[in-house]
Design a protein around this ligand. Structure first.
Ligand code: ZN
Length: 501
């Protein structure tokens, strides 16, 4: 088959799959009433009409290695429509899991988040991303008749910043009595290396995403985005969200981007621009470390504050942008390695933006992983390539206990196996969270727009929901959303890829 035929076939498969889902959800055939049948006929007609929408031209979807690959192209509204349409079942499912988590943690209802999205975030979102978000809603509605609107989508896109940055800031301002103890998240282990540190002297970049398993098992999209304006992008992501958000992405101008979150970060600027918008914009429009920094600083709202690890394959230079709200710092080098495991290191950023963080506690997850990165990176100086990076992402050495034991202190995190939890993030003992997937690339692969990705724990271990919930009834509220997270194989994805025969 040629490419366009493959794409057309992929879309037909998606439509058939969607209709199957709808029928499965409509109850046993024996009990189906005439009304159900009519509704089903209308839904099928709606899907047929939606599938003929000109905005879907060029878009495609297929699944491989536990990932869903989607190709989006064109103007912002069309790309949004494609996104909403092709990932409609996953967006509905992801929205349910994420919104339940946001409400549970903050003890705020969904209307609160919709209001924050509408009044605070929406007016500062660039027009092209407003159009893309609106397009997602339209594609989603065309496919499933979804009731979600653009305020829902914006609040959902901000799931890494509204609950853990905006709400604690608001609680403090309002002196809210009995407010839940919310902590900014600590997501990820990552490094970027160049020069004498890597096998070929060029850049190697790798990242594993740490989050709760409830969200993490849904963080399984590979987005291949060919926008009308800006650079082509290949990134991992979450269904319905316009930024990678965990983050790992490359663009066609040779920029390589990942991050780890700053633990115990405090602060929010309600007049700033949402982080998910700045992060998406920076991957789409930045061709250098300087341009990336400029876009992230423009309207910095303090949300989802990260240490951004960057590479520019054109120059071989790497950088680390430690993006606080009151302070920030940029390090850069053409010969070195920069690692992250959720700690800030600039004294000023620590003091003004993460004052509670204790850099000297060797037992905490961020610091224990920092020590392990130091050790592992020095041991392997000059040997880094993508294959070694993949192995490192699955490392289980606990530097505090000096033994192999998959837990909250290991680069491949398994907090569900730890009686300590991670108190810095308010993760209680045996919290169902840790490393949920991994990605790696290098300069050569980036030039060809390729990445490696593994769904599930990067070590290959499986998480099984049923025995976990039986052993830990304190997490029973997650039961409707928590599923098995089985590891897939390391899989290569590239821009313009079509499904295997
Ligand atoms: Zn592991």
């Amino acid at each position: 088959m040629n490419d366009s035929m493959r794409r057309a076939a992929a879309i037909v498969l998606v439509i058939l799959g969607g209709a199957g889902l709808w029928w499965a959800g409509s109850g046993a055939p024996a009990s189906a009433s005439a009304n159900d049948a009519m509704v089903a006929t209308m839904a099928a007609a709606r899907e047929r009409a939606a599938a003929n929408d000109a905005r879907l031209k060029g878009a495609s979807r297929f699944e491989e290695g536990g990932w869903i690959y989607v190709h989006l192209e064109g103007d912002p509204g069309a790309m949004g429509y494609q996104h909403g349409y092709l990932l409609a079942p996953e967006i509905e499912d992801g929205f349910a899991a994420v919104s339940a988590g946001m409400m549970h943690a903050t003890e705020r209802d969904w209307e609160f988040f919709r209001k924050a999205a509408h009044e605070m975030l929406w007016p500062k979102i660039d027009a092209e991303y407003q159009q893309e978000l609106q397009g997602i809603v339209e594609g989603l509605r065309a496919r499933t008749g979804s009731k979600l609107d653009v305020d829902d989508l914006v609040a959902f896109n901000a799931f890494e910043e509204l609950p853990d940055y905006y709400v604690p800031w608001l609680n403090k301002r309002q002196k809210a009595a009995n407010a839940p103890n919310l902590k900014s998240p600590g997501n990820c282990s990552a490094f970027v290396a160049t020069g004498s540190w890597t096998k070929d002297g060029q850049i190697v970049m790798a990242h594993n995403n740490w989050t709760n398993y409830r969200n993490g098992e849904r963080w399984r999209i590979v987005f291949d985005i060919a926008p009308k304006n800006g650079y082509r992008m290949l990134m991992d992501g979450f269904p319905g969200v316009i930024a990678s958000d965990d983050d790992f992405g490359i663009n066609s101008d040779g920029l390589m981007v990942t991050e780890t979150t700053i633990t115990q970060f405090e602060g929010w600027d309600p007049n700033g621009k949402a982080e998910f918008v700045r992060a998406r914009k920076a991957l789409q429009y930045a061709g250098s470390i300087d341009e990336y920094t400029k876009i992230m600083l423009d309207g910095n709202n303090g949300g989802y504050a990260n240490d951004w690890l960057l590479g520019d394959r054109k120059t071989g230079e790497i950088g680390q942008l430690e993006l606080g709200l009151k302070a920030y710092k940029l390090w850069r080098t053409k010969d070195g390695v920069l690692a992250g495991s959720n700690w800030a290191r600039d004294p000023k950023v620590l003091k003004v933006d993460a004052p509670e963080f204790d850099p000297s506690n060797k037992e905490s997850s961020p610091n224990a992983r920092r020590a392990r990165w130091d050790e592992l990176l020095k041991e392997n100086k000059g040997k880094f390539d993508v294959a070694l990076a993949e192995k490192m992402l699955g490392d289980h050495a606990d530097s505090a206990e000096k033994k192999e034991d998959a837990n909250e202190r290991t680069l491949c995190g398994h907090v569900d196996g730890s009686s300590r939890g991670v108190k810095e993030w308010e993760w209680q003992p045996y919290y169902p969270g840790g490393a949920v997937q991994g990605k790696a690339t290098d300069s050569t692969m980036t030039k060809e727009m390729r990445i490696m990705a593994r769904m599930g724990h990067p070590c290959g271990g499986d998480f099984l929901a049923k025995p976990f919930l039986a052993a830990h009834p304190e997490y029973a509220w997650q039961e409707p959303y928590l599923r098995d997270m089985k590891a897939g194989p390391w899989t290569e994805f590239r821009s313009g890829q079509t499904p295997k025969e």
